[in-house]
Design a binder for this molecule. Sequence first.
Ligand SMILES: CC[C@@H](C(=O)O)C(=O)SCCNC(=O)CCNC(=O)[C@H](O)C(C)(C)COP(=O)(O)OP(=O)(O)OC[C@H]1O[C@@H](n2cnc3c(N)ncnc32)[C@H](O)[C@@H]1OP(=O)(O)O
Ligand SMILES: [Co+2]
Length: 134
Amino acid sequence: MIGKLNHVAIAVPDLAAATALYRDTLGAKVSAPVAQPAHGVTVVFVELPNTKVELLHPMGEKSPIAGFLEKNPSGGIHHICYEVEDILAARDKLKATGARVLGDGEPKIGAHDKPVLFLHPKDFNGTLVELEQA
Ligand SMILES: CC[C@@H](C(=O)O)C(=O)SCCNC(=O)CCNC(=O)[C@H](O)C(C)(C)COP(=O)(O)OP(=O)(O)OC[C@H]1O[C@@H](n2cnc3c(N)ncnc32)[C@H](O)[C@@H]1OP(=O)(O)O
Ligand SMILES: [Co+2]
């Protein structure tokens, strides 16, 4: 069911510092910060030849990454995103296995203007999984 690795997301306490680290120290191509109010985060995309890294910083009072950064003040790998051909079919198949789909279970439009869903980390070996329609 899952296809390409679309991105690995890293929650960071200082977005400017993390961007400089990837751009200046690691020599990667990075985007300008992009606000994603519907997701409660600001994102910087790091473009790699075979995938992307998403640097995430909390936006607003109710950011879903606030708790994670409280527990991991230096930041850390927050989620991985796999592409799927049909996100509703993938969701329904996973729900039938007992996997918990987060939020109201309906896809939202994600950072790449495609529908995304999140799966509970406790159902996937302690890793928060994002699915993005290819
Ligand atoms: C930019 C848009 C989009 C894209 O297109 O790429 C994005 O990526 S948006 C990214 C941010 N959005 C989300 O993360 C949405 C889904 N997340 C959530 O709904 C919540 O963050 C969560 C996963 C339900 C966690 O909620 P929280 O309140 O922070 O924690 P809990 O107390 O409920 O945690 C329960 C349990 O799970 C552990 N946990 C929490 N977050 C993670 C994580 N990222 N990776 C691994 N494990 C995680 C947490 O430690 C708790 O464990 P125990 O302490 O053992 O109970
Ligand atoms: Co993501």
